[in-house]
Design a protein around this ligand. Structure first.
Ligand code: CP
Length: 315
């Protein structure tokens, strides 16, 4: 693996899941990153991604530098040939070239603006880091994907599944703010690479990018989709069709104890942070069916296996 920008950078998905879960039980690579530095840049807030990736790097013996790039760094210009006479003090070309001297791996979080679909789909920040870096780049959630989260989700389903081909439902849930499609996009990609019976449930107007969901069955009736589910992944996203908009409050889509009864005693996942009693009801989050804490714990080992593969490839 040369970079981890999207799930497609993982060649053997099943083997990577197994390796991640093995690292959880036995840290066989504690010295692999000795003398190497991970630099993490955050243009948006984070709790899990920041701390689990830092922990993963330290479990490999790496040093870690973290920067809140939105607050502490110079405003970056991304346009080629820009005449930089306004508020952008540093060009991405110099910034990334310099960082590549300080770091052996660079990791970046940059959310979409959710105003201009075409612009967001260019995923300019993460792609510019990849273009100009001379060291591997890791996506800590970009405008279109969150591949570390999706690898975690796949690992969590793998370690909890009781049947060979479980039914997995990704269901939209309400949220007061417009959220990116990054998490569901990457989760859909992950499910396409697993042997699962996978369906999506969302209200009309919230269908994900057709290029991402491909031929996945989409239900506009949540109850119908939830029937006999072994795993339910609850997540909000803003509209892709009416890009970045909240079309309805949809409070009837809150994942409640009543909805749980439709499932096959499903395990419930969410990437967190979660708004209680808006996205998922207390009765579910406080029940043994919720695996969101175990899922968040697995973030460390998903990050560890990715960093391990990048270090091994760099030699
Ligand atoms: N799930 C996730 O990426 O959490 P943070 O935003 O806290 O990093």
């Amino acid at each position: 693996m040369k970079n981890y920008i999207s799930l497609s950078d993982i060649e053997n998905f099943e083997q990577t899941i197994t390796e991640g879960l093995q690292l959880k039980n036995n840290n066989t690579a504690a010295n692999l990153g000795k003398g190497k530095t991970l630099g993490m840049l955050f243009f948006n807030p984070s709790l899990r991604t920041r701390l689990s990736t830092e922990k993963a790097a330290k479990l490999l013996g790496m040093d870690v530098m973290v920067m809140n790039a939105d607050k502490d760094g110079w405003a970056l210009e991304f346009e080629d040939g820009a005449i930089m006479n306004s508020n952008k003090a540093e060009h991405i070309k110099e910034a990334v070239a310099v960082l590549s001297q300080y770091c052996d791996i660079i990791a970046v979080r940059a959310f979409p603006g959710l105003e201009d679909r075409k612009k967001d789909e260019e995923d300019l920040v993460i792609k510019s880091f990849k273009k100009y870096a001379t060291v591997p780049v890791v996506n800590l959630e970009s405008a279109t994907g969150h591949p570390l989260q999706a690898l975690t989700d796949a690992m969590t389903i793998t370690e909890l599944q009781k049947t060979k081909r479980p039914k997995v439902v990704l269901t939209w849930a309400p949220h007061p703010r417009a959220l990116p499609q990054s998490v569901p996009n990457s989760f859909v990609e992950a499910m396409h690479r697993m042997d699962v019976d996978f369906v999506i449930a969302n209200p009309p107007g919230y269908d994900l990018n057709p290029e991402v969901r491909k031929d996945t069955q989409v239900f506009h009736d949540q109850d119908e989709a939830l029937k006999d589910a072994d795993f339910v992944y609850v997540k909000n996203w803003s509209s892709y069709e009416s890009y970045g908009k909240i079309l309805s409050e949809g409070s009837s889509w809150t994942f409640s104890g009543k909805k749980m009864l439709l499932t096959n005693d499903a395990k419930v996942l969410h990437c967190l942070p979660v708004r209680r009693n808006v996205v998922i009801a207390d009765a579910v989050l406080d029940s043994p069916n919720s695996v969101v804490i175990q899922q968040a714990g697995n973030r460390t080992f998903a990050a560890q296996v990715v960093l391990k593969k990048l270090l091994e490839n760099a030699g």
